[in-house]
Design a protein around this ligand. Structure first.
Ligand SMILES: Nc1nc2c(ncn2[C@@H]2O[C@H](COP(=O)(O)OP(=O)(O)OP(=O)(O)O)[C@@H](O)[C@H]2O)c(=O)[nH]1
Ligand SMILES: [Mg+2]
Length: 366
């Protein structure tokens, strides 16, 4: 690995005193979780975020077991493919491919990609390129892997070069935005990143309490709006100002759940984005759309609408632990060409896994 002036591995961690930042008249008070250890990036900032993104991605490869267990239901669902291919012979190709098609559809690979896979396999079988069940299985895995790496590359977080980097999470109600934000904070914090959370869900009174619990749990600081009429763009704007003034590395912005079909709520999201970029031109660096894996292909219209309105830079697919439909990862990448950056495989702190195509293919077609 090339060395960088801001290598989070080599810098000595310093304990930042919990003294409150000097308050200014316009800023909301900051709330603090438990005392945190943070690594300050002392030299130039270029390279810090690039390395961070890469580091998190590399960890995905070492978290194979977690991802493997997270996809157990999808794997069980697809195990039928092994049985089919074990006894495959040329005369039974049509029946076997029909059943393979069914298994992929049941796991939410989606009709478009399923047909592409099956037809490509049929062609290779008929031309004599694939001669055994194991060759067919390998070709199936290769097809999925190539699709994920071609259409959904850049799975690393792209946090730019300036501090603070801003990440905003968006999505429909109950998809797992706040939980994913908390888990992401935990992951970044483990790499020595100094994080500020912004409670941008101002629709529900309990929303900021939920985020405060995550701030406490992860030892991060948080900016929460005060008063009943506080608006999300104002909270986010103030949090970004605070992040800038107090030298945070990353500001993580939570937002309210909203139906992609609700025009005025989608407009509010545009205002949130504008409020952020007014403080830091070019921010947010990442707008991550959180999609509930259990909703299957219903997530596609949601994703299209959010993408059109605010421009999605990456996806977080949640609740894949509880669902046997992990194939939706492939269908969203195929349909939208937006990379999946993280997958949620449980409710715990460690249950947000950076997405790695190879690990995924190994986990669902073991
Ligand atoms: N099993 C499982 N549960 C999850 C996962 N991610 C989130 N959840 C659960 O899903 C529920 C909703 O999560 P939240 O984080 O509150 O969702 P949200 O999108 O912030 O919801 P709103 O703010 O109401 O729109 C909670 O019970 C979470 O614990 C996951 O990856 N796996
Ligand atoms: Mg929430």
């Amino acid at each position: 690995m090339a060395s960088s002036p801001c290598n989070p591995f080599t810098l000595t961690p310093t304990v930042t005193p919990l003294s409150k930042p000097t308050p200014t008249a316009t800023l909301l008070p900051i709330r603090t979780g438990s005392p945190q250890r943070s690594v300050q990036c002392r030299a130039g900032q270029t390279g810090f975020f690039t390395r961070l993104g890469r580091l998190i991605k590399e960890k995905a490869k070492s978290d194979v077991d977690k991802l493997f267990s997270g996809f157990s239901k999808t794997r069980d669902n697809l195990a039928v493919i092994d049985e089919l291919l074990l006894f495959w012979n040329l005369s039974e190709t049509d029946r076997v491919l029909d059943e393979l098609e069914e298994a992929l559809l049941v796991s939410d690979f989606g009709p478009r990609i399923t047909i592409k896979i099956v037809e490509s396999l049929r062609e290779d079988i008929m031309s004599g390129k694939l001669k055994s069940g194991s060759e067919i299985k390998d070709a199936l895995k290769k097809f999925v892997l190539e699709l994920l790496t071609k259409k959904g590359n850049k799975t690393e977080l792209q946090l730019g070069f300036r501090k603070p980097a801003v990440i905003m999470v968006v999505g429909v109600n109950g998809g797992g935005k706040t939980t994913s934000l908390g888990k992401l904070a935990h992951r970044l914090k483990n790499e020595g990143v100094k994080i500020l959370m912004a409670a941008g869900d101002t629709f529900r009174a309990a929303a900021s309490d939920q985020l405060e619990i995550w701030a406490e749990r992860t030892g991060c600081e948080i900016v929460v709006g005060e008063g009943e009429k506080v608006k999300a763009p104002s909270v986010l704007s103030q949090a970004i100002k605070r992040g800038k003034e107090d030298g945070y590395d990353v500001v993580l912005c939570d937002t309210s759940g909203r139906l992609h079909t609700n025009y005025s709520l989608m407009e509010e999201l545009i205002s949130c984005k504008k409020a952020i970029s007014k403080v830091i031109p070019g921010a947010p660096n990442e707008i991550l759309l959180v999609l509930d894996g259990t909703t299957g292909l219903n997530m596609l219209p949601q994703a299209r609408e959010f993408n059109e309105v605010v421009g999605i830079t990456g996806l977080i697919l949640t609740k894949l632990d509880g669902s046997a439909r992990g194939g939706c990862v492939v269908s969203v990448v195929d349909e939208l060409g937006i990379p999946v950056k993280f997958v949620g495989v449980g409710e715990g702190l460690e249950d947000l896994q950076p997405f790695d195509a190879e690990t995924f293919v190994g986990a669902v077609f073991s």
